[in-house]
Design a protein around this ligand. Structure first.
Ligand SMILES: Cc1ncc(C[n+]2csc(CCOP(=O)(O)OP(=O)(O)O)c2C)c(N)n1
Ligand SMILES: [Mg+2]
Length: 333
């Protein structure tokens, strides 16, 4: 790990966030298959629709969001659970939303790619690249209102080839607004490797075209990420304008649940698993004496209990009432 400067309780708190995310994603992976076997039917089972899990990408969410306040704004992509958990979205209501239940964040009308939570200022979208413009809009509002709040737009490296990315960087830089763009480089956009679709090796190099700082963080290392994010977020909060971070990470499940991953090279996934950031950070904390084995056991048990409680809540919650299908949505009268 790259730095020893953080107090032990903050390090353990980062680890706790990563444990909750991993426990959550692993449990959802199991539950997602219920009712979908032996014949895969995407609509069947307790979790209908597509599912994009973020196991392996925990350091990005934990390392960046640790520096955000509850009134800061996040826009996230179609792979959103790690960001929502790190931002403090209520796990029960989020899980109920993913299960399509009435008690969900959007009464079950959004699903896993459309989690909206005004309380924690969290949103995400299934439209790739959709989160950049509203993050700039939020940052513009903060600046106009004289508030020291920050907006962070998270997106994948595939999304950095969308027009919205470039338009948003340009406008954010021109208006000098408090936004941080965070690109998760998990090497693939569905099955397309970054080098086949992107003209530069590092999206962080694209920042210079807009006159803002761009930093690439390699190694999927939560401490290196936290260090880079602290600077970018402080810079935005202190009125010094936007910046771009691109963070190398790994996706331990497929693009979506059910992805055969035929596009991966032999052994590629084994390498990622070998570098799994959660056990890697756990080992660091244990070996450096920053966390005791008892504390680790306790945190893992707490994470399981939290996730169990959220899943039980979602399973037991009622389905939405069909009579409400056209409330709170854009629909022709
Ligand atoms: C505008 C738009 N185009 C295409 C898609 C289909 N799509 C869903 S995810 C995805 C790839 C996204 O890759 P990346 O941004 O790297 O995120 P990752 O899935 O790797 O987290 C695509 C093309 C979409 N949802 N929205
Ligand atoms: Mg990607």
């Amino acid at each position: 790990m790259s730095t020893d400067s953080m107090p032990s309780d903050e390090l353990v708190s980062l680890y706790r966030t990563m444990c909750v995310i991993r426990t959550y994603e692993d449990r959802l992976a199991e539950i997602y298959t219920e009712g979908k076997t032996p014949l895969f039917s995407i609509a069947a089972g307790p979790v209908p629709g597509e599912m994009h899990l973020a196991a392996g990408q925990e350091p990005v969410a934990a390392g960046v969001i640790v520096h955000l306040r509850s009134d800061d704004v996040i826009t996230a992509p179609h792979r959103p659970h790690h960001f929502a958990i790190a931002k403090g979205v209520d796990l029960k209501r989020m899980t109920a939303e993913i299960f399509g239940k009435k008690t969900g964040l959007s009464q079950g009308k959004g699903g896993h790619m459309h989690l909206f939570d005004p309380q924690t200022h969290f949103s995400c979208s299934g439209i790739v690249g959709a989160g950049f413009p509203p993050a700039v809009g939020a940052a513009f509002a903060f600046k106009r209102q004289g508030e020291d709040r920050v907006a962070v737009a998270f997106a994948g490296e595939g999304a950095a080839n969308q027009g919205t990315f470039h338009e948003s960087l340009n406008l954010a830089a021109s208006w000098h607004v408090p936004v941080v763009f965070v690109i998760e480089d998990n090497h693939y956009a569905i099955s397309v490797p970054k080098e086949r679709s992107t003209a530069v090796a590092k999206n962080s190099d694209r920042a210079s075209a807009y006159g803002i700082p761009g930093v690439y963080v390699s190694g999927n290392d939560v401490l290196a990420i936290a260090e880079a994010a602290e600077k970018a977020i402080a810079r935005a909060r202190q009125g010094h304008g936007p910046s771009l971070l691109e963070i190398e990470t790994t996706r331990l499940y497929g693009h979506f649940q059910g992805d055969a991953e035929a596009y991966l090279a032999a052994g590629e996934k084994d390498e990622w698993r070998h570098l799994d950031p959660v056990p890697r950070f756990r080992d660091y904390l244990l070996h450096s004496g920053r966390m005791t084995p008892d504390k680790d056991q306790m945190l893992q048990a707490e994470a399981r209990a939290l996730v169990d409680e959220a899943i039980a809540f979602a399973r037991e919650s009622p389905d939405p009432d069909p009579a409400d299908a056209f409330t709170d949505v854009f629909a022709n009268a």
